[in-house]
Unconditional design. Sequence first.
Length: 81
Amino acid sequence: MSIETLLIYLIVGGLAGWLAGVVMKGRGFGLLGNVVLGIVGAVLGGVLLNLIGLAAYGWLGYLVAGFVGAVAILFVVSLLR
């Protein structure tokens, strides 16, 4: 993985985590926590989309993958609370 790819994951994942926190009001971890969650969610979202046969390409694809992953994580954490 190149530095550029890692930087894209960080930026887009952070944005996706913020968006997931906005959508799932009351289930997030604050701004910083949601940004970190989005970064982790970007990886999880990429895996989830690959499992159903979809692939993420470009900024928009990475954003969708990160958003899907972050929402999935927030949903699971809200069930465990």
